[in-house]
Design a protein around this ligand. Structure first.
Ligand SMILES: [Zn+2]
Length: 160
């Protein structure tokens, strides 16, 4: 691990802690030569997870691509920074916990929609309309109606 400032190879660990229930270890390092401090992350190499697309082609599960898709749906929505990454991590955790080495892309789409539904309803509709391609306006309306029905009473528009 080279120092990002001076490229010195000799660094020492000044702090080390577990993240995400110890799946990741974060280390603060200090360059022995110039004293610059930087952070490294160490993760267990994950087992292979292959996505089977609708047309039958297979590709390696790409968590970053999934996060990008979720982030796109959340564009300009009032959610915290990092929400898309957390959602993608959550989906990956669910898939890995299931223990299968292959997963249908439609399953990942469903999980993404579940995450978005809980995060932001507009983002959910955005994602679902692209992903699920609502057959017609009637299907879309039913989905929107079901979202309204689930809303907290406090969020209901005040009636005159
Ligand atoms: Zn250095």
């Amino acid at each position: 691990m080279r120092c990002p400032t001076c490229e010195e190879r000799d660094t020492r660990v000044v702090d080390s802690r577990d993240l995400d229930e110890a799946a990741t270890i974060r280390r603060r390092r200090e360059c022995v030569s110039c004293g610059a401090r930087f952070t490294t992350y160490e993760r267990m190499e994950a087992a292979r997870l292959v996505v089977v697309k609708r047309d039958g082609t297979r590709q390696e599960f790409d968590r970053d691509k999934l996060a990008a898709g979720i982030r796109k749906a959340l564009t300009r929505r009032p959610v915290s920074e990092g929400a898309a990454d957390r959602a993608a991590d959550e989906i990956e955790a669910i898939l890995r916990a299931a223990g299968a080495t292959e997963v249908e892309s439609s399953r990942i789409g469903e999980l993404a929609m579940e995450q978005l539904r809980a995060l932001d309803q507009i983002a959910y509709i955005r994602f679902a309309s692209v992903y699920q391609s609502f057959e017609d306006l009637e299907t879309l309306k039913r989905e929107v109606d079901s979202l309204y029905a689930e809303r907290e009473p406090a969020m209901e528009p005040r009636r005159p």
